[in-house]
Design a protein around this ligand. Structure first.
Ligand code: HEC
Length: 380
């Protein structure tokens, strides 16, 4: 006998009450869901987000025009989507802006020539700080009208914030099905690593990098010291080329060698530099490919990075950006042995990330950090 039945003489009332309680559960759940967006903080954040978008000319009357394309439900007939890095409240991260165009006689040409005439709504995803909405990749969602005012759902709740797992108003409810687990439909560029690695087995690698030259004279173990050598340049850089140019005329400061490139330091020090911001680094050494075959390499970085191995460019992501992954880069090794390793990196401000992964030939599963025993520098 349930507690309800023991308290109620009339079983049918107890049953009805129990049923009511059960049917109330989803109602409460929805009420809680509704509080995940449209709150004063959400609305205020959305206003600051709009101002930043305007400053970068992603919205507003002076907005940049990009190539329109035909979209799918529910967003509009013709769409323009742009993504970039954007600073809001002193924190920079990825933003995706999608403009939805509709109206009579609309065509790609008419939108391209007169975008403001057909602009309906602007839907925006902005990546917030870690912990904002861990289950949904920390995206902040907002839907604006062309003039920048927030749109509302039928209940009058402003569309800004963690909207929502409830199918009735939900960005997340639909975007959770986007491939790659990044909640983005158009591509998987923002996918988390385990998803990126999943595509290793998908037999769709990018162009294989070939022709890497091993060191002409292979070093013996007594020629080598553990870890990659690193020289730091304390300065605000915005592009990788600025680091290389600056390093030509400045000695820099040698740092402690880097044994494994596994840095995700948040706002703490950048690599072994002892500084939290405004750091450029030239990371030089050798890398050991112990077997012939195709290695899959990937870099995760924030901010700019460029990597060449054996004289071949492997990854170039030269500008300021939030944490993101390079594509998976298949690298063909013909002769096992030591290869030159030249990486240039900088971090401008706030968070810093630099991680190097590989999957050796013949192995399957996820990528792993390139291990310490495969990285070294020549004794001077
Ligand atoms: C019913 C499903 C659905 C809902 C609900 C939905 N979207 Fe989308 N969204 C899509 C699809 C599908 C795309 C792919 C582009 C297209 O329309 O062709 C997309 C694309 C986008 C993009 C471009 C990035 C990407 O994922 O490709 C943004 C930004 C976006 N939506 C924002 C929003 C916001 C903000 C909301 C809530 C106010 C929302 N969406 C609600 C289905 C949905």
């Amino acid at each position: 006998m349930s507690i309800l039945e023991s308290m109620m003489p009339n079983k049918s009332i107890a049953a009805a009450l129990a049923a009511a309680i059960i049917t109330m559960i989803p109602v409460t759940a929805i009420a809680q869901e509704a509080r995940s967006f449209g709150l004063p903080d959400d609305v205020a954040f959305a206003e600051r987000l709009w101002e930043s978008l305007k400053d970068l000319r992603l919205v507003g009357s002076r907005a940049i025009i990009a190539q329109p394309y035909e979209g799918s439900e529910p967003h509009g007939v013709i769409l323009i989507t742009l993504d970039t890095e954007l600073e809001v409240d002193g924190r920079e991260d990825t933003v995706i802006v999608k403009k939805n165009y509709g109206g009579e006689n609309i065509s790609i040409e008419s939108v391209a020539t007169n975008p403001n005439l057909f602009l309906g709504a602007i839907t925006v995803m902005f990546r917030r700080e870690e912990g904002y909405d861990a289950q949904a990749q920390n995206w902040f969602w907002a839907k604006y009208s062309a003039d920048g005012s927030l749109q509302s759902n039928p209940a009058g709740v402003a569309l800004a914030g963690r909207i929502s797992r409830n199918p009735e108003d939900g960005c997340i409810a639909c975007h959770q099905f986007a491939p790659g687990d990044d909640f983005v439909f158009l591509h998987d560029r923002f996918a988390p690593l385990d998803i990126v690695t999943a595509s290793v087995s998908a037999e769709q690698p990018g162009d294989t990098v070939t022709g890497l030259a091993p060191l002409a004279v292979q070093p013996s173990s007594s020629d080598l010291e553990p870890g990659l050598g690193v020289t730091y340049y304390r300065r605000i850089f915005n592009l990788i080329d600025e680091v290389s140019a600056f390093a030509l005329n400045n000695p820099g400061v040698k740092g402690a060698p880097i044994n494994v490139l596994d840095y995700k330091s948040g706002s703490a020090d950048v690599l072994t530099s002892g500084s939290a911001d405004a750091v450029g680094a030239e990371i030089r050494g050798v890398i050991n490919f112990a077997q012939a075959g195709v290695y899959t390499l990937a870099l995760e970085s924030n901010d700019g990075v460029e990597l060449s191995i054996g004289g071949k460019l492997i990854v170039s992501d030269p500008g300021v950006h939030a944490d993101r992954f390079s594509p998976l880069v298949p690298v063909e090794i013909v002769e096992p042995g030591w290869y030159s390793f030249e990486m240039t990196y900088f971090e401008k401000q706030n968070t810093a990330t630099l991680r190097l992964y590989w999957l050796p030939p013949g192995e399957s599963g996820g990528l792993k950090f390139v291990p310490a025993q495969a990285l070294a520098h020549l004794r001077e």
